[in-house]
Structures are given as structure tokens and as C-alpha cells.
Design a protein around this ligand. Structure first.
Ligand code: JEB
Length: 224
């Protein structure tokens, strides 16, 4: 999969050099590049923002640099994702869909967001999604894009070494995960639940299911 990100802060994306995603890139499974929006400007001050039509606080990202970036980057059959607090809520189902695409382009705004015509224009050149990672306010789209990129890339075959881990995740009936424990059996006076040491596979499965349901009831009753 090829992934491009367009941002005035391309350095945010250096976290993608680390860990599993970094390995997947070295292995050639993912090709990623972050592009500086200011490199698509032509004025001395590399201007990317202007005041909003209709008035109001803050600045809006002007369309011209985005147009030039798209002219260069929207080749082949890309899907463009605008990260925005006004987007549809990103979830695992969307991550699954995106993991099948050949080319993703993340458009990451700052300030009060991007001139809406940029989205309309992108729709004439590509499949376009406006997505949010949740109901809280960030200063820009970069952190949201990084979260989406991680969620999508770990679903690409070969990115996660042990594909059992992936298969396991879709096996909990839409409930939250059960709690996990490892050695030592006793730590600072805190014990691992006895049932997990028993070797009774049916009892362990039943306990985990009960814990999953309890957690879901307490933390995410909307899932029940
Ligand atoms: C994404 C962004 C801003 C109103 C308030 C703040 C570009 N879940 C999310 N929260 N915030 C964002 C997001 C996502 N995805 C997000 C892009 C931009 C916030 N801002 C700041 C804009 N409008 C600018």
C-alpha cells in the first residue's frame, strides 16, 4: 500500500518510522511519504491560511496550495481522507475497508480547517472521506491521521507477524477484551486470578467471557 500525508507539520509523521510500521516499511509492505504543504506555495512567506469569508475567529487554509499538492499526488486510483472534527467517526469497519485500498492520501488541516472547496475538488479526482477519530478537539489533523494509519496498516497481511492476534480480535462478539496477566504469579501482594493457573480451558474461556461482559457493561454499555 502507498500512503501520502499532506501537512504543514510533516515531522509529526516521523513516529511512523518506529516499531511495527517502521519494519513494514523496511519490508516494502508499505510506502509512506509526508509532504510539506508549504512546498506547494509560491509566495515569499509560503502562505497557507487566510481570514474566513463571513467573518469569525481564526484562520482557514486557503485552497491553492492544496490544489497543487493534489495535482502532484492524486495519481492512479487514490482515496483521499480529510481528518476533521466534522467527519464521520472512524472505526474498525472503516479501517478494514481502507486496508484494502492501494493508495491513501491523508489531508491534514490546521487552524479552523480547510476551505470546503478543497474537499469538493478532491471528489472530482478521487474517492473522498471526511473522518474524525472521536468527539474531542485536537489542534490539527496530523495526530488523527497517525491513529488511522496505524489502525489501517496493522490489518495489511504481513504487517503483524502473528496473524492469530488479528483473528483473535474478531472473536469476542463485539465485547471489550478480557484482562490479561503474565508472570510473576504474585507481584507486590497482587495475585493472578486462580482460574488462569488451573489449566481448565473451558473454565478459563467462561471466566474470560464473564470478564468481557462485566467490562462492557461498566465501560461501554452502548455496545450491549
Ligand atoms: C482534525 C482540526 C480545529 C474546530 C476545532 C478545532 C484541522 N477528532 C478530532 N478532533 N479534532 C480533529 C479531529 C479529527 N480527525 C481535527 C483536523 C483539524 C481538528 N483542526 C482544529 C478545527 N475546527 C484543524
Amino acid at each position: 500500500m502507498r500512503i501520502d500525508a499532506i501537512s504543514i507539520f510533516p515531522d509529526f509523521f516521523s513516529v511512523l518510522d518506529i516499531s511495527l510500521l517502521g519494519k513494514a516499511r523496511e519490508a516494502g509492505l508499505i510506502e509512506f511519504k509526508a509532504h510539506d504543504l508549504r512546498s506547494y506555495t509560491h509566495d515569499r512567506h509560503k502562505t497557507v491560511d487566510d481570514s474566513p469569508y463571513g467573518g469569525g475567529a481564526g484562520m482557514v487554509m486557503k485552497p491553492e496550495p492544496w490544489g497543487e499538492a493534489f495535482d502532484q499526488l492524486l495519481t492512479g486510483n487514490p482515496t483521499v481522507i480529510f481528518t476533521t472534527p466534522a467527519g464521520k467517526k472512524f472505526n474498525q469497519e472503516i479501517a478494514q475497508e481502507l486496508s484494502k485500498k492501494q493508495h491513501l492520501v491523508f489531508a491534514c488541516g490546521r487552524y479552523e480547517g480547510i476551505d470546503q472547496r478543497v474537499v469538493d475538488y478532491a471528489r472530482t479526482k478521487a474517492e473522498v472521506l471526511e473522518l474524525s477519530i472521536g468527539d474531542y478537539v485536537l489542534n490539527g489533523g496530523e495526530v488523527a491521521a497517525i491513529a488511522m494509519i496505524e489502525a489501517v496498516c496493522r490489518l495489511i497481511p504481513g504487517v503483524i507477524g502473528n496473524s492469530d492476534s488479528l483473528a483473535d480480535e474478531s472473536h469476542n462478539d463485539g465485547l471489550l477484551e478480557y484482562p490479561s496477566f503474565t508472570k510473576p504469579q504474585s507481584w507486590r501482594g497482587l495475585e493472578v486470578p486462580e482460574v488462569l493457573l488451573s489449566g481448565h480451558h473451558a473454565e478459563i474461556a467462561a471466566w474470560r467471557k464473564q470478564q468481557s461482559m462485566l467490562r462492557t457493561q461498566q465501560n461501554r454499555p452502548d455496545l450491549l
